[in-house]
Design a protein around this ligand. Structure first.
Ligand code: RIB
Ligand code: CA
Length: 304
């Protein structure tokens, strides 16, 4: 599967990117970066360094620094750390991002791999909305868009109503949902089904000292944040979205009409709307998370 991950790395973004680079059934064509967990400069630096760390020769295209409507959002440093990887110090990559913007790269890749490219946004979905506005054929050139975000039948995580990625650019998500693309939502309904405990990262580190060891180190800060809000274990958000791209059979979905609320108390909520004309997307409402995690572990060498 030809894949581009749109990312705001980010601890669970790093979990997803390392998995995608190691997975034998994924051809990672590149990363596009976006504001969110960190600012755009940090997101782009982290993406470039991570691919070098993994030894993965894939492009990085820098994307949006702010929302589609030009609003600047404060990074979630309290969740992912001041540099995006917990307390792991900022790293200086050797390579630079492409000259192309994220939206230009996405549109070109979708044209060059028409009907084959899967796009997996795991941050605010701003770059994808830009690509849809840049190229009217983008939405139908891509095979599917599988995004991490939203909360259909469960509470939010950044507010009681909204999940963080959708809260950070609800207008962009409405554009993607209404674009005519084949869209799957991997939200908190499934990514919080089985939070990852410390032992999950210990096991990764034991069999994969370099990659697992890195994830074990950067997960400490992330686990502490969840503990501070009374949750034992951390969300398996971004890696679940990547695995939903290649193993959709592990996810139970409903075709639901989703509208993202763009004002008021429920700002950022992915609301199941009752107007018939609202476009329906595939919403993950359950998943075999034990099997999803077994597939994740397998690429690091951890037996199920
Ligand atoms: O709500 C979880 C999502 O927000 C994840 O993608 C996490 O990395 C943050 O971007
Ligand atoms: Ca993310």
């Amino acid at each position: 599967m030809k894949l581009i991950i749109d990312t705001d790395p980010g601890v669970d973004d790093a979990m997803a990117i390392i998995y995608a680079a190691l997975a034998p059934d994924i051809e990672l064509l590149g990363l596009t970066t976006v504001f969110g967990n960190v600012n755009i400069e940090q997101a782009t630096r982290n993406a470039l360094w991570l691919l070098e760390f993994i030894g993965q020769d894939a492009a990085v295209a820098k994307g949006a620094a702010m929302t589609l409507e030009g609003k600047t959002i404060a990074p979630s440093y309290n969740v992912h750390g001041d540099e995006g990887f917990g307390e792991y110090p900022a790293q200086k990559p050797k390579h630079s991002a492409l000259e192309e913007t994220a939206a230009e790269f996405l549109c070109r890749m979708a044209r060059e791999h028409k009907g084959e490219l899967v796009v997996c946004p795991i941050g605010p979905i701003t770059n994808i909305a830009h690509a849809i506005q840049l190229d009217p054929e983008f939405a139908t050139n891509v095979k599917k868009i599988v995004f991490m975000g939203g909360a259909a039948k469960v509470p939010g995580n950044i507010t009681p109503h909204a999940e963080a990625n959708t809260y950070h650019d609800p207008h962009a998500l409405n554009i993607v949902i209404n674009s005519g693309a084949n869209v799957t939502m991997v939200g908190l309904d499934v990514t919080m089904l089985e939070p990852c405990q410390e032992e999950f990262f210990d096991n990764l580190a034991e069999v994969s000292p370099k990659f697992g060891g890195f994830l074990q180190e950067i997960s400490r800060f992330y686990l502490k944040f969840y503990e501070s809000i009374g949750v034992q274990g951390c969300g398996f958000h971004d890696p679940a979205a990547v695995i939903a791209c290649t193993h959709p059979e592990l996810f139970s979905t409903e075709q639901l009409p989703i509208n993202v609320i763009e004002e008021g108390e429920e700002f950022g909520q992915t609301q199941i709307c009752l107007e018939d004309e609202a476009p329906k997307i595939s919403v993950c409402i359950d998943a075999d998370m034990a099997q999803v995690k077994a597939i994740y572990n397998r690429v690091f060498g951890v037996d199920a």
